[in-house]
Design a protein. Structure first.
Length: 98
């Protein structure tokens, strides 16, 4: 059995493959949007001073490391893990003395 679309004949499996490809593309676009939102959030964190970052449970080096993460990955996940570990172990970021 074939589907007639316009002047061409298509097997039913092709429609399913196209739908799967469209779904995969939509998922990838959502991942990319999330990664860009994460990098935007890290840029905002980088604007905070060390005392504010310490209140959040992060250090300047954590934020700098997140800024260097690849564009296709969401750095918020890494920062959340670092923050959770630091809070659980009660380690505080080292403050620089001025």
């Amino acid at each position: 059995m074939y589907l007639y679309t316009g002047k061409t004949r298509q097997a039913p499996g092709i429609v399913a493959m196209l739908n799967a490809a469209a779904d995969h593309l939509a998922d990838r676009i959502e991942l990319i949007k999330s990664a860009f939102k994460g990098h935007r959030a890290v840029r905002r964190l980088a604007a905070l001073d060390d005392r504010m970052l310490d209140d959040i449970g992060l250090s300047r080096s954590d934020v700098d490391r997140a800024r260097l993460s690849p564009l296709m990955s969401d750095p918020r996940q890494d920062l959340a893990l670092v923050r959770e570990y630091r809070i659980k172990s009660r380690l505080r970021p080292i403050r620089r003395r001025r």
